[in-house]
Design a protein around this ligand. Sequence first.
Ligand SMILES: Cc1cc2nc3c(=O)[nH]c(=O)nc-3n(C[C@H](O)[C@H](O)[C@H](O)COP(=O)(O)O)c2cc1C
Length: 180
Amino acid sequence: MNQFLEGLKARRSVRKFQDKPVSAETLQTLMEAVQWSPSWANTQCWEVIVVKDPALRERLQATMGKGNPATKAIVSAPLLLVLCAKKDSSGFYNGQVTTKYGDWMLYDLGIATQSLCLTAHSLGLGSVVVGLFDHDAAAKVVGLPAGYELVSMLPMGYPDQSPKAPPRKEISQFVHYDRF
Ligand SMILES: Cc1cc2nc3c(=O)[nH]c(=O)nc-3n(C[C@H](O)[C@H](O)[C@H](O)COP(=O)(O)O)c2cc1C
């Protein structure tokens, strides 16, 4: 199998981590993965906050509803990234929206996040994208200024579990030829 696809398929959401730190060098490599991600007209609207302070981690955790399987990881992961975006830039030209979808920041952040998760996986790190929490409450915790949105949280670390792959749809269920 193609080596890249093999890595992509082997990546799993990891929510339990070993008590082993992620080095500054590895963090730098992860940030390069964000830096070289594609974005709308190269707007690069992403902002990354590395949250180390345990008290802030606990306050971020408190923004999650009960039952989110990633709740513990927000505090326990050796590395916690909070992914934010500058509003009104991606998808805009001269301050005007260019498509029916308005702000493309979520799209760009999604790509950057996949770059992060795949690069992390290639370095032996596990990660889980966390999207289900009170975003405005979390933005207050990290002091996000006006004009930005907090999009997701990404706990990362060396895996302490090997989750089974959730099933995928068959390709024939989503590929269409010529017309839908
Ligand atoms: C945008 C997005 C938001 C997600 N939010 C959460 C979350 O809040 N909590 C959680 O435990 N997993 C979350 N996940 C992880 C998904 O549940 C997971 O990717 C999916 O079940 C497929 O499993 P896999 O990543 O192991 O292939 C999220 C994933 C994405 C892409």
